[in-house]
Every structure is written in structure tokens, then in C-alpha cells.
Design a protein around this ligand. Structure first.
Ligand code: AMP
Length: 428
């Protein structure tokens, strides 16, 4: 029997999860301050949601989706339907926007999600099969200020959670017509190199030429560095849009570089595309990425809805922050140590009262252990305080409160333990 978690999928618990929750909670407050409302879409979607939007020949749709067979035939007698585990957030978000008419408000809509994603990729450091993305999406605005706002937000968010070293790379993919012209130019440029590139890249060059620019292969990278760039094919309006974003970012002091090799691997992107990379991550260097997707709704057969968004990978964020956060303390505020049955009865009821009042305390159900044993337990649980009550404390009405961080000890009236711990809690 294989009782291990599925390859590329991890359990999260203990100090690691505490660190995650801290970062997530900070991210949620930042997004909320920027006016984003949360949306949660289901884990399972119809396969078309991604096929129609992300693109049939994208890596995600071609080889990375987990499929789930719905049970039994459909109500109208057709064969059981194939559903997929959500591989990315934007297409599912766009499906929800259309389903609930979230675009019909007549004003800009700002939404965010924080959800697990599933892709059947080869697992390695920073690349999992179940991973978590926080994504921000803005709909109903074509203004370049919207693009700038999202880029300011991603820059601010990384800095606020403690990531200082990263690079924001931006590019414009222009319109579909500009991309078509660029694709032809790219094919022409690559023609003399066909013999030196492998079959997979040759096939990609035919079907989705821009995607070869996404390569990590050093020899191909060497070639494509000298290729024509999309910038040469941009229409005046796209150029203007991109220049406005760049000048807004410069005016706002947001550092960025223009990187003509940023093309994004998904079909729904147009105009602005960007990626945030970190040197701390090795080969899987992207911390987050996104772009404009004004044509996405049309891919679903609906009228156009302008949209732009990004998604950041939480596992990679935690890898960069990891060592810094994982060592932080995690444990109860106080461990209650009753020495003897009478003290046990008293502290047991106090412990439940304290929990109800919001204080994280623990008590052992062992009632015949000595002081040393209790202190050892308190230490193992990483408690901040040990509250000791034995027979002499019961008769004096004063408990011993030992600060396990400093070793200091003081007496606290037994009927004031809860107040005392509330005061200490305020200090944390
Ligand atoms: P994408 O949706 O591929 O543009 O990815 C957006 C972000 O999600 C990336 O920049 C990564 O931080 C993260 N990400 C994508 N794929 C994975 C994966 N397989 N494992 C962990 N993080 C990922």
C-alpha cells in the first residue's frame, strides 16, 4: 500500500503552515486595501474553460491537466463528461464573471483569489503538481493606469511581505494582428537555424512561434536573443499604451526592465505581459506573472470584456522567505501545570474559560506528574509561559508564572491568571 502523498503534492503543517498563514494574511490585507474582493471558484471545471482560453496547444492544455471522469452518463444520456482540476485561475475567473454577469456593473471590478492549482509537471524545487496561487484580476478597464496599478500592487506586495530582491520584467504583445506579423518575421529569422534546433522546438515554431521565446535552453536562447522583437511590429495604439505604463511606473518609482522575451505561454494574453523573477529561486525563477487578456471573453463566445491580472506562486514566495520565517516561534501562550488532583480540577475549568476568551493555553490531562515533567511538556510545546499550581499555591492563592523565554518567575493571584495572560497576549 502506498501511503505517501501524491508526487509533487505536499502536506502543510506546523511552523511551516504558521509562516504560510502569516504571509497569506498579509497578502489578503494588502489586496483588500487596494480594493480587491475575494472570489473562490471550484476545483473542478469543464475542460472547455481552459481549452477555449489558455489554448489547445499550450503546455497546460496539451500535457499538464489532471482529468476527472464524471460518474455515469449525463442526464441526456451522453457519455460521462471529463472534468479537469483547475490548472490556473484566470480562465476559471473569466468563466465565473460571465456566468454571474460580474462585468455588468458598469464600473471597474477588482477581484482576487487564493487557491490551489494542479498541473502534471515534472516536480523539482519550486515546481509542484499541486501548488497555490494568489491572483489579482481587474475587469472593465482598458486604461493603461489599470496596468500600472496592478504592477504597483505586485511590486508593493512583494516588498511588504519581505521580498526585496526581484525584477519586474514587462513587455507588450500588441494586438493579434501585430503578433501574426511578428510570428511570420520570427519564422523567417529562424529558417537558417532549423537544422540546429530540436524537433519539439521546430514543431512549436510552426504552431505557436512566439512560445519559442519562452525557452530556457541556453543554445536556443543565444539564437533568439538576436531575433526581431515584437516591439518592431506594435501598432501606434499599443505602443502608446505601453509607453504610458512605463512612464507611470517610472514616475511612481517602481523599478522594471523591458524584456522582449516575455511572451507568456497562454493564448489569451494581448498587449501588456509581465513576469517577476528572483535570483534566489534557481531555474524556476518566476515568482509571479500576468498580463492583459482583453480578448478572453470572446474566446468563450461572449462580447469583449477588458481584463488584466497576475498570479503569484505561494510555494516560491515561501521558498524565498522560508528560512527567515520558519524558525519563528509557534506554540501556546501558556502551559497550565497542575501538581495534584485539586489543582488539576481548578486549572482544567480555567483552561477552558481561557480558550473561550481567545487565549491559546494547554493543559495536560495527567494529574499525578511533578513539576519537572510539566516544565518539560511546556518546553516541548514551545509555550511562552508555564503556570504552576500545586498544594502550596492553592493554599496561598498565588500561582507561579514562569516565563519560558527568559526564565523569570513571578507570582500571580490564581483568580487573576486569565487577566495576566491577556495582558501578556497583548504584548505578542
Ligand atoms: P503561470 O500561471 O504559469 O503564469 O504561473 C504564475 C506563477 O505561479 C509562477 O510565476 C510561479 O510562481 C507559480 N507557478 C506556476 N507553476 C507552478 C508549479 N508547477 N509549481 C509551483 N509554482 C508554480
Amino acid at each position: 500500500m502506498n501511503l505517501k502523498a501524491v508526487r509533487g503534492m505536499h502536506d502543510l503543517f506546523g511552523p511551516e503552515l504558521v509562516a504560510w498563514k502569516k504571509v497569506e494574511s498579509r497578502i489578503h490585507s494588502i489586496l483588500s486595501a487596494f480594493g480587491f474582493d475575494e472570489i473562490r471558484t471550484p476545483v473542478l471545471e469543464h475542460v472547455e474553460v481552459f481549452k477555449q482560453s489558455v489554448g489547445d496547444d499550450s503546455e497546460i492544455v496539451e500535457k499538464q491537466m489532471y482529468e476527472v471522469l464524471e460518474r455515469g452518463p449525463t442526464a441526456d444520456g451522453k457519455a460521462a463528461e471529463k472534468l479537469v482540476l483547475r490548472p490556473e485561475g484566470t480562465a476559471a475567473f473569466a468563466r465565473a464573471v460571465l456566468e454571474h454577469g460580474l462585468h455588468r456593473t458598469g464600473h471597474i471590478g477588482r477581484y482576487y483569489y487564493s487557491l490551489p492549482m494542479f498541473r502534471h509537471e515534472r516536480p523539482q524545487k519550486g515546481r509542484l503538481r499541486q501548488f497555490h496561487q494568489v491572483g489579482a484580476e481587474i475587469i472593465n478597464s482598458t486604461a493603461p493606469e489599470t496596468d500600472a496599478e496592478l504592477l504597483v500592487l505586485i511590486d508593493h506586495l512583494f516588498r511588504e511581505i519581505g521580498i526585496q530582491e526581484f525584477t519586474l520584467r514587462i513587455n507588450s504583445l500588441g494586438t493579434a494582428a501585430a503578433r501574426a506579423q511578428f510570428a511570420e518575421a520570427l519564422k523567417k529569422f529562424m529558417a537558417p537555424h532549423l537544422s540546429s534546433i530540436d524537433e519539439v522546438v521546430r514543431a512549436k515554431l510552426q504552431r505557436a512561434p512566439l512560445r519559442i521565446l519562452d525557452t530556457k535552453d541556453p543554445s536556443l536562447l543565444e539564437i533568439v536573443r538576436n531575433a526581431p522583437t515584437i516591439g518592431e511590429f506594435l501598432e501606434p495604439q499599443s505602443r502608446q499604451h505601453f509607453e504610458t505604463i512605463c512612464s507611470r511606473l517610472t514616475a511612481l518609482g517602481v523599478p522594471f526592465v523591458i524584456d522582449p522575451l516575455i511572451v507568456r505561454g497562454l493564448d489569451y494574453y494581448s498587449e501588456t505581459a509581465f513576469e517577476v523573477t528572483s535570483n534566489a529561486l534557481g531555474s524556476q525563477s518566476a515568482l509571479g506573472a500576468g498580463g492583459r487578456y482583453d480578448g478572453l471573453a470572446e474566446r468563450f463566445g461572449a462580447s469583449p470584456i477588458p481584463g488584466i491580472g497576475w498570479a503569484i506562486g505561494l510555494e516560491r514566495v515561501m521558498l524565498v522567505l522560508g528560512t527567515q520565517l520558519a524558525t519563528e516561534a509557534h506554540g501556546p501562550l501558556a502551559f497550565l501545570a497542575p501538581i495534584g488532583p485539586a489543582a488539576f480540577e481548578l486549572l482544567l475549568s480555567k483552561s477552558l474559560e481561557m480558550k473561550k476568551s481567545g487565549l491559546r493555553t494547554e493543559i495536560s490531562y495527567e494529574r499525578d506528574k511533578g513539576l519537572k515533567w510539566h516544565l518539560k511538556q511546556a518546553d516541548r510545546l514551545n509555550a511562552q509561559w508555564a503556570i504552576l499550581v500545586g498544594d502550596s499555591e492553592l493554599s496561598s492563592g498565588l500561582a507561579q508564572a514562569k516565563n519560558l523565554r527568559t526564565g523569570d518567575q513571578q507570582t500571580v493571584p490564581i483568580d487573576k491568571i486569565q487577566d495576566f495572560l491577556h495582558q501578556e497576549f497583548q504584548k505578542t
